[in-house]
Design a protein. Structure first.
Length: 132
């Protein structure tokens, strides 16, 4: 049974390594599903305009981060190859670049959790005021 727990733990850790790419895929699919919409304004929630815009903006940044990041890494490696025989630092940048979608998605989820907390506290306050 200990072996099963170790194997399952390794699966969880490995899935965490693949998570940034999956987040990028989810954001890409979300944006692709709305490409036919003519107005960005129609994507926004009337009650939470800024929050819904931030959500779409984070998805847009997540989708753009890999292509733009890889272009910068490629330029860095090419420029670095003129000065050194091997541009190790240019390739090393790929690691943080890969995990940026994870960090952005976590920040969005954290913000969403605070938003829900705020809404629930507001609802509880209204309920308590009505009862008094």
């Amino acid at each position: 049974t200990m072996l099963k727990a170790i194997i399952f733990s390794l699966k969880i850790l490995f899935s965490g390594i693949l998570l940034p790419f999956r987040i990028w895929q989810f954001s890409k699919e979300k944006l692709l599903s709305k490409t036919e919409i003519k107005s960005i304004q129609s994507l926004l929630d009337e009650d939470y305009i800024v929050t819904s815009w931030l959500d779409w903006m984070i998805d847009a940044i997540i989708v753009l981060i890999y292509p733009i990041g890889f272009i910068f890494v490629l330029i860095g490696v090419l420029i670095g190859s003129f000065f050194t025989t091997f541009s190790f630092f240019g390739i090393l940048v790929l690691v943080p670049l890969y995990f940026i979608p994870l960090i952005l998605s976590f920040a969005r989820e954290l913000g969403g959790s605070f938003m829900l907390l705020h809404m629930n506290v507001k609802r509880i306050r209204k309920t308590l005021e009505v009862k008094q």
